[in-house]
Design a protein around this ligand. Structure first.
Ligand SMILES: [Zn+2]
Length: 309
């Protein structure tokens, strides 16, 4: 049923099963391009998530929350954040930051291979996959329906702290019932690509012109990456600044999406200030319009200005 793909290799099944009937409902655009000196940067869509607002908003002051959400046009009961992977083209490298959600997480997400296809890029062309963190929408795309590595030619890179946390057998018990499936899913997938994985630490230059900055709180080893050429820089922010409404208007508010909400708020507050002060562009995984833009100070906090607006 619905098998339109030619079964030259089993990976092609991905585009025949499950994914195809939903294509019309998904965002397939391969996003914005940003030239940064010798680096070419693309935002590549992996679709979007559909999540209850309670995950983010419960416990926040409702009145102020209401006016922030109203001015951003975001509903209180359900949010549908986009998922933007970053693709970095260097002379001899095609680097993907995060792997997307894959086929097993949510029907509205997992479209990155289609988006890469619109750029003429196949999974086997990717030379490096660098993880911001190991939540499902960032990690689960490394395996296909048959549990085989999707980016099988690529070196995979993750912060040592993040690897240790998700491969620790105690994490499934300590993470809380709500995220227990994240722990099981991450451990299984990370083990499956262990041969392809290398590790970095805070401050390391992971590839030429790409530096790792630990931005913990969302997860213990969450990492953002500064891509720099001379005076120009862009931060691959991951989920350290997780949305364009509350995270910018009230970065100090604890977010239920962060595993350590207080540390997440500290990290977010520091990062927003740094992005403005040092004039660094941002590509946020769950920010709108491809997620690529700039941070601007307002009278009371910050706002996100997508590139091209
Ligand atoms: Zn995420």
């Amino acid at each position: 049923m619905g098998m339109v793909c030619n079964m030259v290799n089993r990976r092609n099944l991905l585009c025949g099963m499950g994914a195809l009937p939903l294509l019309g409902a998904r965002s397939l655009w391969a996003g914005t391009t940003h030239q940064l000196g010798r680096h070419e940067i693309y935002s590549v869509s992996d679709g979007n998530l559909v999540l209850p607002g309670s995950l983010f908003f419960d416990g926040l002051p409702e009145e102020e929350l209401g006016s922030i959400l109203a001015s951003a046009g975001v509903a209180r009961d359900q949010v549908t954040p986009p998922c933007n992977l970053t693709l970095l083209k260097q002379e001899d490298r095609l680097v993907l930051f995060d792997a997307g959600a894959g086929p097993a997480f949510m029907p509205s997400a997992g479209t990155v291979l289609d988006s890469l296809g619109t750029l003429g890029i196949a999974a086997e062309d990717i030379t490096h996959v660098i993880f911001t963190h190991a939540h499902p929408d960032h990690l689960w795309g490394i395996l296909d329906d048959f549990d085989e590595p999707v980016f099988y030619q690529a070196e995979h890179m993750i912060a040592e702290t993040e690897w240790r946390y998700w491969t620790d057998p105690n994490t499934v018990d300590s993470i809380g019932a709500q995220r227990a499936s994240f722990a099981v899913g991450a451990a299984r997938r990370l083990q499956a690509v262990a041969d392809q994985m290398t590790f970095f630490k805070d401050g390391d230059e992971v590839l030429s012109g790409v530096r790792a900055h630990q931005t913990p709180g969302h997860t213990p080893g969450h990492t953002s990456f500064e891509i720099r050429d001379g005076g120009q820089a862009l931060l691959v922010g991951g989920d350290a600044i997780g949305n364009h409404h509350v995270a910018f208007a009230r970065p100090d508010w604890a977010s239920g999406a962060d595993q350590d909400p207080d540390l997440g708020a500290q990290t977010r507050t520091r990062l927003l200030d740094q992005l403005v002060t040092d004039d660094i562009a941002l590509l946020g995984f769950h920010l709108p319009d491809g997620g690529l833009g700039r941070v601007e100070r307002t009278d009371t906090a910050y706002r996100f200005i997508p590139e091209g607006t």
